[in-house]
Design a protein around this ligand. Sequence first.
Ligand code: DX5
Ligand code: ZN
Length: 217
Amino acid sequence: MAVQINPSILSADFARLADEAQAVRGADWLHVDVMDNHFVPNLTLGVPIVESLLKATDTPLDCHLMIEDPDRWAPQYAEVGAGSVTFHAEAAHAPVRLAREIRRLGARASMALKPATPIEPFEDLLPELDMLLIMTVEPGFGGQSFLDIMLPKIRRTRELISRHNLPIWLQVDGGVSAATIERCAEAGADVFVAGSAVYGMDDPAEAVRALRTQAER
Ligand code: DX5
Ligand code: ZN
């Protein structure tokens, strides 16, 4: 299982996004947190900034949409060129239709689960998805503490993916750091989002390398 490290630009300096994207060369994807002040109590950025970022970096964009009505808005991110588009299970009205639309537009389709949302009701949807995102904090803010109680859910999700023999990536997001990444990897995650544990460091590119080494152990 190849490990991927996706720095979250939520913890970057929004006035210097191009430089901040360059600062994590070697990262697999750049994680872009889109928040609408409704699905989560925070507001970040939307399609125009994603388009600018796409011009500023060769690193593909992993857009995590923490927004209401992703059925309406998510396809735009695929259309402008995001390589991966994640919508929330709690917000999507027609997740199968939405995942198919995202794939039709050429992006990887991914679904996220908040901490209190179980994976089991979504088992039949798995073939429609390229990635599952298990939130390990309540979405909305960077710099929160990792929720250990999510480890069994990561493990169950990995088992479900294996049982169906599907090539689905399993991403964890929230509080992932040098102190927690090994437990996530051990539980079966293979894509790791890290905001403060990358951009909070003096050398973000080195932080990405160090996290990768730890996750590969
Ligand atoms: C939280 C976001 C995360 C956030 C993670 O709602 O989805 O991507 O940037 O930040 P850290 O790694 O600092 O917990
Ligand atoms: Zn995120």
